[in-house]
Design a binder for this molecule. Structure first.
Ligand code: MTE
Ligand code: MO
Length: 438
């Protein structure tokens, strides 16, 4: 059994496959903390977890090969002692995050693990800059920065034979923050997350952040691995027989967001004047004394390429009207302490909150409101034991959200429009049923 040495895992992780281990972060842990605790960080392994002895981990060898065949080797100890250490706070998101939503929302099946919204997590990473190591190995940085280098790609290979590459432009960008990381949230990398060394390519699809890193190869071509040449590409919604070489490998991620928690806070008859201006209660829509169900929504929003999320829009009436969620100031420095967001780009997610009131009409609307689905019932039952089982008066309304980044890119309305048979980059508006007795 090649998985016999796999590490123990936290029981709260939602296992999709045990061997290899694939598990998502539970929804209630997603936006609960800005930094995802190591033991709840989602896990995506294509194979087994290589075993590296703690006692010999500092001797772990990284081989760097330049385009002309020059080879230089570094032990982990070399990396830790000969290069300045750097910290970057960055999200990792799998290209398959929310694939389940794409399958369900489009009514068309997709190949791959059916992740809900938990194949994404955020951590503080410490290591050395890839660019510093490449320069030390003799790579001509100036040439690469001017775009003149024959080296076009940096390949990363892991101990268990996984591999992928990134464009040289990202690797040498002084603001690209590509890290060879040995620490995660101020602890040694956990085994599931690449112990003792992994690449962190912030802003790019997590498939490029190769774990158990032991080989870096500079090349004029992309990595030949199936994870570079296949798997992580998108095609049109009509295409099922495809020309893999014609589509670029996913690198920078598009804008994404999700609702991770819904709390019901009872019925209100409040009018539009109440609560509307409060910082964390901006979503209370105008009401005319009609009953409305107060809800607290929370979640995350993220965009790739270092683009910052500028806004999260929520709709409680099927998209006719929208209101803006409150973005938590997680990156602000508090009491003179430095910002917990380190790095040159917006590499982290933004957590958002919205307190709002969903009008009774939304539950009653035959278009909008509906009897709870089996899934919604189960969801409510697990949240709210009192109403488990439901009754005849239980109705659900749909709430939905979308984020916009600083390039004014926003999420597509429907999964059908971006469906691809691999189910990659499922970023359509996230819709969730809010169910209440009414
Ligand atoms: N690196 C190696 N060596 N082996 C892998 O299977 N999976 C990749 C990437 N790096 C993988 C890897 C994919 S597809 C993802 S989404 C991320 O690692 C997941 O990182 P995590 O398990 O630390 O969350
Ligand atoms: Mo992934």
């Amino acid at each position: 059994d090649p998985f016999a040495d796999d590490p123990a895992r936290h029981p709260a992780l939602i296992t999709k496959t045990a061997k290899p281990r694939n598990a998502e972060t539970p929804a209630d842990a997603l936006a609960a903390q800005f930094l995802t605790p190591n033991e709840l960080f989602y896990v995506r392994n294509h194979m087994w977890v290589p075993l590296v002895d703690e006692a010999t981990s500092n001797a772990h060898l990284l081989t760097v090969e330049l385009l002309d065949g020059t080879v230089k080797q570094y032990t982990l100890e070399d990396l830790k002692t000969r290069f300045p250490s750097r910290k970057i706070t960055a999200v990792l998101q799998c290209s398959g995050n929310r694939r389940k939503h794409m399958s369900e929302g489009s009514g068309r099946s997709t190949n791959g693990l059916q992740w809900a919204a938990g194949a994404i997590s955020n951590a503080s990473w410490e290591g050395v800059l890839l660019a510093d190591v490449l320069a030390d190995a003799g790579f001509e940085m100036a040439e690469a920065l001017s775009g003149e280098s024959e080296t076009r790609h940096v390949h990363f290979a892991g101990m268990e034979a996984y591999g992928a590459s990134i464009p040289i432009k990202k690797a040498v960008d002084p603001q690209g923050d590509v890290l060879l990381a040995y620490s995660m949230n101020d602890q040694p990398l956990p085994r599931d997350h690449g112990y003792p060394l992994r690449a962190i390519v912030p802003g790019h699809v997590a498939a490029r952040s190769v774990k158990w890193l032991n080989q870096i190869t500079l090349s004029d071509e992309e990595s030949m691995s199936q994870w570079q040449r296949k798997d992580y590409k998108c095609f049109g919604p009509n295409e099922t027989k495809v020309d893999w070489d014609a589509a670029p490998a996913i690198q920078e991620l598009p804008v994404q967001s999700a609702i991770t928690d819904v709390k019901l806070r009872g019925w209100t008859n409040a009018t539009g004047t109440e609560g509307a201006a409060e910082d964390d209660d901006r979503g209370t829509p105008k009401q005319s004394g009609e009953p409305a169900q107060r809800v607290s929504l929370s979640g995350y929003a993220f965009s790739g390429g270092g683009r910052s999320v500028i806004r999260v829009d929520a709709s409680l009436d099927g998209g006719s009207s929208w209101t803006q969620a409150y973005l938590l100031p997680d990156c602000a420095s508090k009491d003179g302490s430095p910002s917990p967001c380190q790095g040159h780009g917006a590499w982290t997610w933004k957590r958002w909150r919205l307190d709002a009131a969903v009008p009774l009409a939304a539950f009653r609307d035959p278009e909008q409101g509906r009897a709870p689905s089996a899934e919604a019932k189960a969801d409510v039952a697990s949240r709210d034991k009192k109403s488990a089982g439901g009754d005849g008066n239980r109705r659900c309304a749909t709430v939905m959200i979308k984020a916009t980044d600083d390039a004014y890119n926003t999420q597509p309305e429907s999964h059908a429009a971006t469906w691809n048979f691999r189910g990659n980059l499922a970023t359509a508006w996230h819709r969730v049923q809010v169910c209440a007795d009414c």
